[in-house]
Write a protein that binds this ligand. Sequence first.
Ligand code: NDP
Length: 243
Amino acid sequence: MGDDPASRVYVNNKKKACEELGIYSEEYALAADTSEDELLELIDKLNGKKEISGILVQLPLPQHISEQNVINAINPKKDVDAFHPVNVGKIMTGNFDFVPCTPAGVMAPITQSRPAPRGKDCVVVGRSNIVGKPQAMLLLHQNGTVTICHSRTKDLAEKTKKADILVAAVGIPNFITGDMIKEGAVVIDVGINRLADKKLVGDVDFESAQTVAGAITPVPGGVGPMTIAMLMKNTIKAAEINR
Ligand code: NDP
């Protein structure tokens, strides 16, 4: 909804990924002043539409719309973002159909190219419902020892410096610097921040961090494309579930 430039880029990238994989997609670009009732009616229609296996509402929504009402309206079996309370609850128990896309995109490089989080000290900076909290749960399910940090955390650097696996999901450009990182740590940068000069940077100061980290993901690249790959994976799973 509306004309948020970042949302436009994200939606275009998701549509492109669908095209590349041969997944049929429909886009509904609604005006910023569309009412909540109209949006809920559209979701209801798509919930019942056979050709559609997955529904994604690009956030953020305009202020007059309740994001929670909208998320609650999506059929949990078509909720490929895994934001519906039913899917959030399933993530807590570890018995889930859909993994939230960004945290899943973070786990892929950790588990595929490095020793598993089992027994490792994992620190997640950020506790949002869409990234930080589910991220912590996924690391916990893989037997990591997890610390969640946020804006009220005292002595943040003391915590981040203990991390074997450090995930930054803060939304502040270059926030985590090399002196906050343990030698050899795996550093995953979720942040996507656009500076005044239009340059995209993460939440980790790549220059200083790369001299200390054992492995680090770049921005752009890194978690962004992995998030879209995980969305496609969830969509295929949704097609199988709904068949
Ligand atoms: P939110 O703004 O919802 O959450 C930010 C979190 O960071 C909050 O929990 C906040 O704490 C914490 N925080 C803020 N300031 C500090 C501080 N000084 N010290 C410690 N913690 C702090 O952001 P999101 O989780 O939605 O996104 C985080 C970043 O990830 C953004 O850059 C976003 O663009 C990016 N993103 C990237 C995606 C991708 O596909 N790669 C997908 C989604 C997001 P508190 O709760 O106390 O306020």
